[in-house]
Ligand binder design. Sequence first.
Ligand code: PMV
Length: 333
Amino acid sequence: MKATALANSNIALIKYWGRRDDELVLPANSSISFTMDEQLSTKTTVEFANGLASDDVYLDGRKATEKEYARVVSFLDLVRAKAGVKLKAKVVSQNTFPKSAGLASSASGFAALAAAASKALGLGLDGKGLSMLARRGSGSASRSIFGGCVEWHAGKKKDGSDCYAEQISPPSKWKDLRNIIALSSMEEKHIGSAAGMGITAKTSSLYAARLKSVGKRLVEMRKAVRKRNFEAMAPIIMRDSDSMHATMLDSWPPIVYLNETSFRIMREVLALNQSKGKYAAAYTFDAGPNAHIYTTAKYAEEIKRMLAELPGVMKIIECKIGEGIRFSEEHLF
Ligand code: PMV
């Protein structure tokens, strides 16, 4: 009744921001991402056992905070309900990146937890089933079940049975792609994504316009991914990130994740593209100020040099495209 799983983080090209159902974590729009390499990953061991009086949760070598604990336990409750058991569990989870680095990812965390917990209870879920389970912990976690380029289908059904993730292009096709990450803040975000997207959906008048325009971007992105055409992908990546952050700023109270360094990086990427006369790179930002610059191997060194000179950039990580979940016999306890 013990299992260990590893999952990597993912960074969306078409973002998930807003839900059609909060309880089931059904998104308002489909989203598309790339799964990152092992530099941004979580390893989690789960053991369900007789004789445990309560769940026990350790993250990165310390006891989980009250908030983290509550989120993990309510996820374990879902897995227990699926398996029809009441056993309590011990959960130990380790990130390959420091949580304080501003890269803490609920995506890799809940993907690894879903895979380890469901395996420990012998649920026998396939990738689709795992993505539907991981989704309940954190929407973006549904995409981290798979490697390469992944689409999370919003679906239409009320019960969420058509809402799942699937791989649309394997990592072997993206050996040349890079995500250069520029960390410009080590702080925890001022508002969590679930709360933030709720405020946006309720208060932003731009939000309806975003949902209207995202459908076209999805169609164009699928086509560009199929053709492995980075130059076609780049402007869509940047415009979708801009669109999401515009609805955040248009929310009330406004949600501002980007900082001065983020905006400086946006300008630098646009200038780089201008100087090359082509789309050599594309910026994108999640619910935080850290820049993710998608580019090809050819421009990676130049972009890293540019970032290293910018005030406010604390750390630079060059990520490749990675695999989906893996199971391991090397348990954490
Ligand atoms: O999975 P959550 O609830 O942390 O939401 C993630 C939202 C964004 O990172 C901003 C966008 C995305 O699609 O990953």
